[in-house]
Design a protein around this ligand. Structure first.
Ligand SMILES: Nc1ncnc2c1ncn2[C@@H]1O[C@H](COP(=O)(O)OP(=O)(O)OP(=O)(O)O)[C@@H](O)[C@H]1O
Length: 524
């Protein structure tokens, strides 16, 4: 998606506010000069010339990881439901996965001792050649659940990247909705494939197309991409699809909602792409509205398996959720109050709009809170710098739009603040899932303005009770008043409870009505 259309808005804001940067000491005005590159599609505005810094080849950086937390073993208590015909038996250990030696070595260097439930079930399902729609809570290891069995198959078959081919023919395509997330998935693939002949490559908007093509032409077995850039590279004839064996949709519900669905349809109908009967299609997310599940079936073989770890769409129970009643004008002071208690602990603050992200980040900088920001109006260089400064702890506060809501796995994020609530509950579940990952605990504070957020009250109450969190009395009242008594059942579920093939009736909100990211940001 091209970002050109947003320049005018940003310029106006920056000129009026006199903002001169300070978001983590970088970025700011420089990125918004007229005439400076804003386009990512390559066909409008000046060419994007950004080339990301070379990656370290040092093993300690490739295998850097954080420790699993005190609740890691509690994953085993979560109910798992696999539906569909004849599912293979789950594995209990990585040894049972019978990974080849180099993959096994990379798994242990990554600090993985035992598989999480989505891995215990997902690995044998994928190894058995089945299509899969998998749902498991945020931070519970879905990435390795698809990467390990795929890489195992490629390694067992002796697949090797060829740098002598003008058209690269990857065996695997992984798509995800945001640049930072696809880059993270690529880094995981690179880690697990380390020291083998399998070569992952990543393509996404905001970086030089020439550089991207050169990287692809060095050899490509696992192509990770955001949809727009992926289709662009395919359209330039640099990628042949006839060898694709695996198509993975991470954040699958997002990839199939109205924002990305056309691109996904274009991808699967691109020349050379094997039909669904001749490839394995794998979908992963923590949330799956039922209508998206139905739509997803178009991409999957009819005998696909549905794996649900816990309640589909449920929030991670390792995150303590607190809801604070606010008014529009008290939010900024309350944010400062919250940040006073969190001190220098890493905190993500989610806001509704790009403009609001800049505004709040500037405000916090002025209040001497080292803060940076990430959203779709920042150049890729700035986005990566912001994430780097947040990861390193240089800026312990990151103000973000929903562009950072899904998938990002950042060490030591202890707090998530929903300064503005998103307009759909799934987005809330993903946002708070940036903390409390891999068995660690975390805290999420959400500012609830009854004037603005009343429509979310009911689903919020249900998410809270579903994750055994305290539901404030006032919130129950708001939910009750917003919807009356009929159909209001705080203890009930707002989620698609399971595989939509089991249900005749649709209970969830149509994805079309949910909109896309839940804010004004462009994701790709
Ligand atoms: N078996 C394991 N043992 C230890 N750590 C693991 C294991 N599996 C995954 N992890 C780590 O847990 C963290 C979360 O994993 P991952 O990012 O794959 O979660 P996810 O389920 O995809 O989350 P989200 O829904 O937010 O995208 C990562 O740092 C990953 O390296």
């Amino acid at each position: 998606m091209c970002e050109c259309s947003t320049v005018g808005r940003s310029l106006k804001f920056f000129n009026r506010s006199g903002f001169v940067g300070g978001l983590g000491g970088r970025g700011g005005r420089g990125g918004f000069r007229p005439g400076k590159s804003r386009g990512s599609c390559g066909s409008c505005g000046p060419k994007v010339t950004y080339v990301p810094p070379a990656l370290s080849e040092d093993e300690s950086s490739i295998f850097a990881h954080y420790e699993s937390g005190i609740n890691f073993d509690k994953y085993d208590d979560i109910l798992v439901d696999v539906s569909g015909h004849d599912p293979p038996k789950a594995i209990m250990t990585f040894e049972e996965a019978a990974l080849c030696e180099s993959l096994n070595r990379n798994v242990s260097k990554s600090g993985y001792k035992k598989p999480t439930p989505v891995q215990k079930h997902g690995i044998p399902i994928i190894s058995a050649g089945r299509d899969l729609m998998a749902c498991a809570q945020t931070g519970s290891g879905k990435t390795a659940a698809f990467l390990l069995p795929i890489l195992q198959r490629l390694m067992a078959d002796g697949v090797a990247a060829s740098q002598f081919s003008e058209v690269q023919e990857p065996e695997v395509i992984v798509v995800a909705p945001t640049r930072e997330l696809i880059n993270q998935i690529y880094m995981e693939a690179r880690k697990f494939a380390h020291g083998t002949c399998v070569r992952p490559v990543v393509v996404y908007g905001g970086i030089s197309t020439g550089y991207t093509i050169r990287e692809v032409l060095k050899g490509c077995n696992v192509l990770c991409g955001t949809p727009g850039r992926l289709l662009d590279i395919i359209g330039r004839g640099k990628i042949g699809l006839s060898k694709v064996r695996y198509l993975v949709l991470d954040e699958a519900d997002r990839m199939l909602d109205m924002g990305f669905e056309p691109d996904m349809r274009k991808l699967v109908s691109s020349p050379g792409m094997p039909p669904k009967e001749d490839r394995q299609t794998l979908m992963f997310s923590a949330t799956y509205p039922e209508d998206i599940q139905r739509l997803a079936a178009d991409f999957l073989k009819t005998d696909y398996l549905f794996l649900a770890v816990g309640v589909v769409g449920g929030a991670c129970s390792d995150v303590e959720q607190v809801v604070v009643q606010v008014t529009k004008f008290s939010k900024r002071d309350q944010l400062l109050e919250v940040l006073k208690t969190t001190g220098t602990e890493r905190t993500m603050v989610f806001v509704e709009t790009k403009r609001q992200a800049d505004f709040i980040a500037t405000f916090l900088c002025q209040e001497k809170v080292p803060t940076t920001s990430i959203h779709g109006d920042r150049e890729q260089r700035e986005r990566e710098q912001a994430l780097g400064d947040f990861r390193s702890g240089k800026c312990p506060v990151l103000v973000a739009t929903s562009v950072a809501a899904r998938g990002l796995d950042i060490k030591d994020v202890q707090h998530v603040v929903n300064f503005d609530l998103p307009n759909n509950i799934d987005e809330y579940v993903h946002r708070i899932g940036r903390t409390g990952r891999c068995g660690n605990t975390g805290k999420a504070v959400c500012f609830f303005d009854p004037e603005a957020d009343g429509n979310l009250a009911r689903s919020l109450v249900k998410v809270l009770s579903g994750a055994q969190q305290e539901v404030p009395k006032w919130l129950e009242e708001v939910a009750f008043n917003a919807h009356g008594t009929i159909g209001f059942n705080p203890g009930g579920r707002v989620f698609a409870s399971t595989d939509s093939r089991k249900n005749d009736r649709t209970t969830s909100q149509p994805a079309a009505a949910l909109g896309v990211a839940g804010d004004d940001d462009e994701w790709e």
